[in-house]
Design a protein around this ligand. Structure first.
Ligand SMILES: [Zn+2]
Length: 101
């Protein structure tokens, strides 16, 4: 079952894998982002519309832009904005019990 553009849930194996290369990324109940290859940088790396915070609000921030890639084929799985010391967002939480009902 496809759960995101490049993520697939194998309910029988209870695993999340990459739809591009088939690599198993993690167990279904884990946060795939924590098992991805992560790159961080300034928010300006998100694209032209994202101006440096110091230009917008007059001071530096501790915001960063995070990119998460498949650890095998490096397809871009997801991105997020966060403060540097914020935990990684767990955006897809699988309830395996409800799948087996
Ligand atoms: Zn992959």
């Amino acid at each position: 079952m496809q759960i995101h553009r490049y993520l697939e849930l194998d309910a029988a194996a209870e695993a999340i894998s990459c739809t591009e290369c088939g690599t198993t990324i993690c167990n279904a109940e884990e946060n795939y982002r924590k098992h991805s290859a992560m790159r961080t940088g300034p928010i300006t790396e998100a694209g032209v519309p994202f101006v440096p915070p110091e230009d917008k609000i007059g001071r530096k921030t501790d915001l960063e832009f995070r990119e998460f890639f498949c650890p095998e084929c490096a397809v871009l799985l997801q991105t997020e904005f966060a403060k540097e010391d914020d935990p990684i967002i767990h955006d897809i939480e699988i309830d395996l019990d409800s799948l087996s009902e």
